[in-house]
Design a protein around this ligand. Structure first.
Ligand code: C2E
Ligand code: MG
Ligand code: MG
Length: 465
């Protein structure tokens, strides 16, 4: 049976859950390995001064295992590290509890306390393993803890440590074991939300330069390229190219859209600066999508201007795309910011027009340059009479307000001809080209030749790419 493919967001949820799990295990192993090293150094050093060489040897085993665990974690071998830490600690703690740390009326047994954090660790680390390990390992730790807590006896006499040493040792073991337990529970609790893992992954992606911009040509009635829309993609190391629908909503919910938006704007301006040296590319206007959170930043306008200035790009080459949802809040302040941007020469486009805000009064109040008919209307244009009527009304509205109107999502020649016949002169869609890498976009414009009089150069062929 063919199961439906999970959506990009669902796939990301799955891998985010996996990333979260690995992060938890990694942090627990680091904490556990660290405690092993510290405890072995402390006790080993002390036993060496007392000439208790058997105990020094046992601490050397713990030290070596602790260092091995840390080294494996650093190389990303979390399963191997977990399979080292569990048997070594189980064996060493059991032997110590049976032979050395034998309770008396004066001093209790304490070394078995480490079995509690070990049980929590085993529960998390072996979650995806076979049931005998996933459930068996934590249950074994807890069962041993119970046995050593409830029994006084020792089965092999002659090795037990003196009570005076075990008395203060029980405090050290108690504090260290309870602290480790606390750290394990803390790691579980702070990582509880899968959102955290996705956020972390996205933040790292930004810092590691995994974001890229692709460029989709915008063409005129002669199919000459007159501009492009910059569309962000995440070049994920294992999942390939991740589309914005899978991460922009999360970026918007978590505020990461601000640094991401800054990067997109800066990269778009750097691209415009590179194009400015090429006669075929220099006249193009680049559209950049802007989210509500970006626009609501009090210093949004100076930020945009500073970015343009840093790249030495003329403001006229940049077009900002806003969606209607951006305009729901505080229209007056937004209108002020947009007017400022317009005064500097930056043009503004209303993206996904027709899909959001019901009142059209904002069209009068905002210094817009362009309306972008949403692809949902274009796609059913020929089959759905009401979509055709809406598109025609949008074209009329644009004309009467003196705005450019561009249709996005044009996929077929029939849609294109229909729109041309109704007076639409600007287009974006797979019929002309999908979004392209910078090199592919530049090659396409070069193949098309140098735009003349701003009309743009015709594309060599109309292809759905
Ligand atoms: P949008 O701004 O409306 O961008 C147009 C989307 O339609 C793009 O999807 C584009 O690849 C797709 N498209 C273009 N032509 C066609 C076509 O002929 N048919 C169909 N079915 N689709 C077509 P993409 O790149 O997946 O972007 C999706 C949305 O993600 C964008 O919608 C925009 O809202 C958001 N986005 C993309 N980049 C950025 C960014 O840098 N910042 C922000 N804030 N949002 C972005
Ligand atoms: Mg857009
Ligand atoms: Mg759109």
């Amino acid at each position: 049976m063919n199961l439906p493919r999970p959506s990009a967001a669902a796939e990301w949820d799955l891998s985010a859950e996996e990333a979260l799990h690995r992060r938890r295990v990694r942090r627990m192993l680091m904490a556990g390995g660290g405690v092993m090293v510290v405890a072995a150094l402390w006790w080993g050093g002390y036993f060496a001064t007392q000439g208790l060489w058997l105990l020094v040897a046992s601490d050397l085993v713990i030290l070596t295992s602790g260092v091995t665990v840390l080294a494996l974690v650093c190389r990303g071998h979390l399963r191997a590290a977990s399979l080292v830490i569990l048997p070594v600690l189980l064996a060493v703690l059991t032997l110590q509890a049976l032979l050395l740390d034998v309770p008396t009326a004066v001093a209790p047994r304490s070394v078995h306390l480490y079995l509690l954090p070990l049980a929590v660790f085993a529960l998390v680390a072996f979650r995806h393993e076979k049931p005998w390990l996933a459930r068996g390992a934590p249950l074994l730790c807890l069962a041993l803890f119970l046995v050593f807590s409830a029994t006084q006896g020792h089965w092999v006499a002659g090795f037990q440590l003196p009570d005076t040493l075990r008395l203060w040792g029980s405090w050290i073991n108690g504090v260290l074991a309870v602290s480790t337990l606390f750290v394990m529970l803390y790691i579980l609790q702070t990582d509880a939300s899968p959102l955290t893992a996705r956020q972390i992954e996205l933040r790292k992606a930004l810092a590691r330069g995994q974001m890229v911009l692709h460029y989709q040509p915008q063409v005129d009635a002669t199919q000459g390229v007159v501009g492009a829309e910059a569309l962000v993609r995440w070049r994920h190391p294992t999942r390939g190219l991740v589309m914005p629908d899978a991460f922009i909503p999360l970026a918007e919910r978590t505020g990461l859209i601000l640094p991401l938006g800054d990067w997109v704007l800066a990269e778009a301006c750097r691209q415009l600066a590179r194009w400015s040296h090429d006669p075929a590319l220099a006249p193009l206007v680049l559209s950049v999508n802007v989210s509500a959170a970006q626009l609501h930043q009090s210093d949004f306008v100076p930020r945009v201007m500073a970015t343009l200035q840093a790249a030495a790009v003329a403001p006229e080459r940049l077009r900002l795309e806003l969606t209607e949802s951006v305009l729901v809040q505080d229209l007056q302040t937004i209108a002020g910011k947009l007017a400022e941007l317009k005064a500097h020469g930056v043009t503004l486009s209303l993206d996904d027009f027709g899909t959001g805000f019901s009142s059209l009064s904002y069209l009068k109040r905002l210094p817009l340059h362009e309306l972008k008919i949403d692809k949902s209307f274009v796609q059913d244009l020929l089959e759905n009479g009401s979509d055709a009527t809406i598109v025609e009304s949008m074209l009329t509205l644009g004309r009467s307000l003196g705005l450019r109107v561009i249709a996005e999502g044009v996929e077929t020649e029939a849609q294109w001809r229909y729109l041309c016949d109704r007076g639409c002169h600007l287009f974006q869609g797979y019929l002309f080209s999908p979004p392209l890498t910078p090199d592919a976009f530049e090659a396409l414009v070069h193949r098309a030749g140098i735009p003349q009089g701003g009309a743009g150069a015709p594309l060599p062929q109309a292809s759905a790419g």
